[in-house]
Write a protein that binds this ligand. Sequence first.
Ligand code: NAD
Length: 230
Amino acid sequence: MRVVVLTGAGISAESGVPTFRDAGGLWEGHRVEDVATPEAFHRDPATVQRFYDDRRRAVASVEPNAAHLALARLEASLGDDLLVVTQNIDDLHERAGSERVVHMHGRLDSALCESCGERSPVVGDLGDRPACPACGRAALRPDVVWFGELPYELDRIDLALAACDRFVAVGTSGAVHPAAGFVLTAAGFGAVTLEINLVESEVSLLFDEVRLGLASMLVPAWVDEVLAAA
Ligand code: NAD
């Protein structure tokens, strides 16, 4: 059985990483237009770098929760038949033990050089304007996908969606595209679809089944079901 799990900020909420929409459309008190667009970065790079430096520090101080751990347990059993596609820029899936993870919106712990295009691990704060290890220029930006930019690895995601038997979305508001449309792609190719969220999302009606509650409770329970049926 092939499974694709799409995760959003809700799966990391119980680890202590605030979600985005729950705070009235603000991300840690900031308007998205001020911190998560290429225009904001070019207008005020110091503010945007500080925002992501703060997020990176905050994520380093929290731990994966039972939902991340359950998905790692599922991968240990399904191997290549499970792909986790996350919109999150934190590394909590990896720290829980997942290895097959696509970060479609990039990662906080990676830097992208605006000059040479190389990626490198973030060392210290990008707000301190460190040099790119590849070209030596101080042109590093967070390796995250901002609004108006194309998400990463969409071809790989499309192939996985077309081939999966089950598609599950966990803790995502269904407000950010193209991720919000993945359920339609998977269902169109015959997958059974399940949404797990605290409350109904903007796309709940598109799923075969919706389970409402905490990801830390519902994801482990769902993984137990899948493993029992396998
Ligand atoms: P979102 O903030 O728009 O929505 C979060 C969703 O999670 C909501 O539908 C909410 O009902 C649900 N939720 C909250 N707590 C939950 C819980 N304990 N169990 C189950 N569901 C819960 O998140 P999004 O849809 O991922 O879109 C936000 C964008 O902002 C993403 O593109 C992401 O890159 C970015 N973001 C990332 C992080 C992170 O990396 N952890 C955090 C905030 C925002």
